[in-house]
Design a protein around this ligand. Sequence first.
Ligand SMILES: Cc1ncc(COP(=O)(O)O)c(C=O)c1O
Length: 443
Amino acid sequence: MLRSAEVGPGPLPACGVGEFAALGELSALLAWGAADPADPYCAGHLHCPPLAVAVAADLVAGALNPSLDSWDQAPAATALEVEVVAALAGLVGFAPKAAGGTITSGGTESNLMGLLLARDAAGLGVGRRRILCSQAAHFSIRRCAGLLGLGEDAVVTVPAGADHRMDPVALAAAGRRVLAGNDRIAAIVATAGTTDLGAIDPLPAIASVARELGTWLHVDAAYGGGALFSDRLAPLLAGSHRAHSVGLDLHKLGWQPIAAGVFLVRDAALLTPLAQRAAYLNPDDDEQAGYVSLLGNSPRTTRRADVFKIAVTLRALGRAGLGELVERCHDLARHAAQLIRADPRLELAAEPVLTSVVFRYLPDRHDGPGPAGGAETDRVNAALRRRLLHEGRAVVGRTELGEGPGAVRLKLTLLNPNTTAADLAALLEDVVEAGRAESAPPC
Ligand SMILES: Cc1ncc(COP(=O)(O)O)c(C=O)c1O
């Protein structure tokens, strides 16, 4: 564990230690205690190694410090954000000129915005406003429902099929049940890239259900949105243009330093509930004279130019360059799956869809129920992951599929395009070795 004594005089000394000393000391500390996503053995979360060009651009944005809440604090950044939002809207399949959106802090804020607009579009009336999403949707949907005053229990979870995608028939049935109970449906949330398995809900079928039910469709493409850069994977997101709103995170499959979320609406007019007039930021006459601010696109006021690093990256690499990085990570996931399938000590949970691989270690003596074990298998997998962390050898993800004994799984997120096949083989060997150590009978 890190102790404050290790950084000398503490965070707020009476007299400063000087810029070079402070930067040197604390940078060394941060690097020493980093879970560095550029290390191929660090593959536990949807947390990418940022591109050098994006890091450099972020430094430029930090130095110039534009703030996107008013035109006069960020003339160029304002224009850039409008252009980047239009380009990414085009990638989703929205008409770039009609669409709108904003750069966000990430998937959580994008989900909050989508659900806020959906809640307001549903208006007040009889019955509770419900949100329908898959059982594998991100936990932030529930949290956002709470923050928006709908209550976390306004979220109705719809079963996913064997492919871990939301079942549109079950969705339609759940929608009918909500209406039969005299509640209303504020939104359907489809997930394009679930956090663990990367499953992509069947967007065209879900869009049809949303239309039949007359409700807002928000697509949480925080993870999967980056697949739109790749010719090979973009078809997985076909149908996303039928959503009212889409969120995608370029600090996942986009190689940006945090934060780089994007929230898009198919029609800029859908952002109207966020409109604000503040005399000191966007007076009417300034706006009419063409000094149009982005204040009304975001719930935030002061907002850093996270768009700048995104703009530089999109221009530097183009769609093809980013698509190649996406495909390299997808290839890595498929290779890892092949290694896992070939190893009797490991069990693959599902074929990778994007860049994550979910699996578990099988101890020599499996415990019930089922062929691959229950509580003891869970214990060994949880413990082997901690062992790898404790020994500083690897950061492997941990999650659960389903409930009860036998649910624990390990996860490799594989967002580092520079990881090699040899790295993957060695990482999986480390997992097996740690699993063997954790399942060995006590002496
Ligand atoms: C599907 C999905 N949605 C939303 C989020 C939240 O994104 P953020 O952490 O950028 O807020 C995540 C994070 O992993 C995610 O996987």
